[in-house]
Design a binder for this molecule. Sequence first.
Ligand SMILES: Cc1ncc(COP(=O)(O)O)c(C=O)c1O
Length: 401
Amino acid sequence: MADPRRLPRLDAFTLPRGIYLDGNSLGVLPTAAQAAIERRLRQWQVHGVAAWDDWFGLAERLSPALARLVGAHPDEVIATGSITVNLHQLLATLHRPEAGRRDVLASALDFPTDLYALRAWAERGGGTMRLVPSRDGYTIDAVDVEAELARGGIATMLMPVVQYRSGQRFDVRRLTAAAHAAGALALWDAAHSIGAMPHTLHDDGVDAAVWCSYKYLNAGPGAPGGLFLHRRHHARGPGLPGWWGHDKETQFAMASAFTPAAGAGRLQLGTPPILALAGLEGALAVFEEVGVDAVRARSLALTERLLLLLEQQVPEVRVVTPRPHPERGGHLAFAHARAASIAAALRRRGVVPDFRGPDLVRLAPVALYTRESDLDQAVAALRALLDAGEEWLEPSTGAVG
Ligand SMILES: Cc1ncc(COP(=O)(O)O)c(C=O)c1O
């Protein structure tokens, strides 16, 4: 049973200097990830190519733990690629424009790479990309997504589970059902939700999803991401076949014809980066021990505390993250005309936030390694720099991420 009192697990991480509130850009180093990477490195050093006897199938062996994080069957997920590559793979596999239904739908606030991939596949199929606009510049109204779906003509919808700027969380089940009712596929980007909260992708009927593992999963910079492909699509061959997606029993028979592996594993492309995959191997062990329900419970408690501290002590900044828990991800974002300078000044004072232009500072109190006192000190630092008058208006030293 998940128990949030067992968190934070400060002993399980090596924390960078300062108060680290940027785990939604790059998570910190888990001791278990370091150990796993060192182990895989030694295997390479000692055994050379023979180490592949152990490395072969490593991604598949991570599937049960990954599946628990996203609410899937193990054969519906695979650790591979990046969000960008996996989106192209899923769109090549699933996106089927037909007469009267050629468009794709996303939100105007989506991460650029998602929009680039989606637009490319829309245009390839003779359709256009429709973007649901934001009414306030920070959030998207679910009814606007539903209304656009209901207009018809959409073959594929792609939405973020949690929006990367404001931290708004969407109702996956509701919008998936709306997409299906309109005859569209429902694809989801879980970059800002995996490792921060539980998911129920299979039961929600999601067609496919992608995520990265360098944020809340703490698997390391550029570690392999992952994808989910619902069982209902497992009879399909990959749109972009590669030899690592071949049936594992016969992969090394080197046949010229492609026989797909079982399940989502068939969407793998080439040789996996074993050292980076080892980072994920170690990082997942932390979640296996703690349980993602406990992570979500503590995450909500921390964002709630941060919200109250900001409201009480720094009323001049405007938190744009939705207040209701079901609509909140793992970070808070506040808007300020001088957001870039504030983020830079906070870093000079030993607090690590990040900045998303033009006007947002994001603060991620990651449940696994953030303490309440970190938030108290971070907000006190923010109050102090605003009180210091113009000091923080110095030109920005550059934004993180
Ligand atoms: C929502 C979202 N999608 C995609 C990406 C990046 O994709 P990739 O892992 O391919 O670089 C990010 C990175 O921050 C993101 O926040």
